[in-house]
Design a protein around this ligand. Structure first.
Ligand code: NDP
Ligand code: GDR
Length: 374
């Protein structure tokens, strides 16, 4: 029995066959204001989708990453719409889904910062874990479980403590943070709803992906901004936590293409998206500073480790233990073989190009800010 059988309002939705329904190409994105949301919106609009996004009410401006698209939509009305909502509000999710009647849902909304999740564990569990359940149940409440394709933003943080490398779809999970634990619940509820209700629901287990639109408190963007600002004399020193952590870093634009491909398959499956390379935080620092012409020399160990600008002799990178995490994920290295074979997906941007693009964008932004202030 579906909701349409018991609630008259839903019976009025008058749904066509699944084939007819899917021809409409209507996407709903939670987390549309984030890094991935903005790239995914660009991709889907370019493919002729009507794109709807869920945004949170905020006292400060939170649609900066979408600004260029929003302006453009005044020229092409009806292709892009934002709805106020929140993954903690079930009624609101039901209302949005009933209104939009999406063919594809991309659940990218999350409290996505691992370190913050130790401080806001319950909230992270609510939004990242139960929020996924709420969205899936909202689909069922609207009687759309056989109509909607569902993408879940799962993460390499599920692997956590190293059990094996490279990590693939069959590697056991061992999360190391409240964020990882919340995403573990989300991963399994997606699998469960797929198996229980025949939903087309997929987990994309994505390794770290970055871009000039990356949030400023994630390590790559924190480094690229600092390299830009230090080279322009606007900052003197960058303080970081664990320099030894190793990550498999790709470009966000490549990864949203993989998300879309997962929902175009004949059957729903889970996929790892990764580059198959890993690099320590320290190497990202070296390459970023080198991109602005600063060569570094490392001295000291542990909390006393620092990087000296070879030309000036000044310390430009230092360790601050306040950025250490109660439990760390030491090494992530993904195996994207299944995605390459089944989806025909492959990352396009390599590590060096990623670092260069991020640093150059931050140098441009810092210079234009200086010009604005003059
Ligand atoms: P961001 O942090 O840039 O974006 C998160 C988005 O979620 C923002 O739009 C944010 O809104 C929204 N959001 C936060 N809380 C809520 C809530 N309670 N209800 C509704 N929306 C909410 O993340 P990314 O774009 O980098 O990542 C997208 C998704 O992919 C996330 O789920 C993340 O956990 C996951 N992921 C990311 C990876 C990466 O390397 N980037 C790797 C693997 C998984 P607002 O702008 O208002 O804060
Ligand atoms: P991560 O990304 O935790 O992998 O989660 P983040 O960039 O925050 O950290 C990567 C590694 O760098 C170390 N580190 C620091 N991290 C931050 N943020 N700030 C610092 O100053 C710093 N110094 C060192 C961290 O300890 C860590 O080892 C990201 C998020 O996008 C998640 O949502 C996503 O699921 C995973 O990637 C895959």
């Amino acid at each position: 029995m579906s909701i349409a059988d018991v609630v008259p309002a839903f019976a009025k939705l008058n749904l066509p066959s699944t084939e007819e329904y899917r021809k409409r190409k209507v996407a709903l994105i939670s987390g549309i204001t984030g890094q991935d949301g903005s790239y995914l919106t660009e991709l889907l609009l370019s493919k002729g989708y009507q794109v709807h996004g869920i945004i949170r009410r905020s006292s400060s401006f939170n649609t900066g990453r979408l600004h260029h698209l929003y302006e453009d939509q005044h020229e092409r009305p009806g292709k892009f719409k934002l709805h106020y909502g929140d993954l903690s509000d079930s009624t609101n999710l039901v209302y949005i889904i009933a209104q939009v009647q999406p063919t594809e849902i991309y659940n990218l909304g999350a409290q996505s910062h691992v370190k913050v999740s130790f401080e806001m564990a319950e909230y992270t569990g609510d939004v990242d874990g139960l929020g996924t359940l709420r969205l899936l149940d909202a689909v069922r409440t609207c009687g759309l479980e056989k109509y909607v394709r569902f993408y879940q933003a799962s993460t390499s943080e599920l692997y956590g403590k190293v059990v094996e490398t490279p990590q693939s779809e069959t590697t056991p999970f061992y999360p190391r943070s409240p964020y990882g634990c919340a995403k573990l619940y989300a991963y399994w509820i997606v699998v469960n709803y797929r198996e229980s209700y025949g939903m087309f629901a997929c987990n994309g287990i994505l390794f770290n992906h970055e871009s000039p639109r990356r949030g400023r408190t994630f390590v790559t963007r924190k480094i690229s901004r600092a390299a830009a600002d230090i080279s322009l004399g606007k900052q003197s020193c960058l303080y970081l936590g664990n320099l030894d952590a190793q990550r498999d870093w790709g470009h966000a634009r490549d990864y949203v293409e993989g998300m879309w491909r997962m929902l175009q398959q004949d059957k729903p499956e889970d996929f790892v998206l990764a580059t198959g390379e890993t690099h320590p935080v320290r190497e990202f620092v070296e390459k970023a500073f080198s991109a602005v012409g600063i060569q570094l020399k490392w001295t000291g160990t542990g909390v006393d480790e620092q990087a000296i600008d070879v030309k000036t002799g000044k310390a430009v990178v230092k360790v601050d233990p306040k950025y250490f995490r109660p439990a760390e994920v030491d090494l992530l290295l993904g195996n994207p073989a299944k995605a390459e074979r089944v989806l025909g997906w492959k990352r396009q941007v390599d590590f060096d190009s990623l670092v260069k693009e991020m640093v150059e964008a931050d140098v441009r932004a810092a210079k234009s800010l200086v010009e604005d202030q003059n």
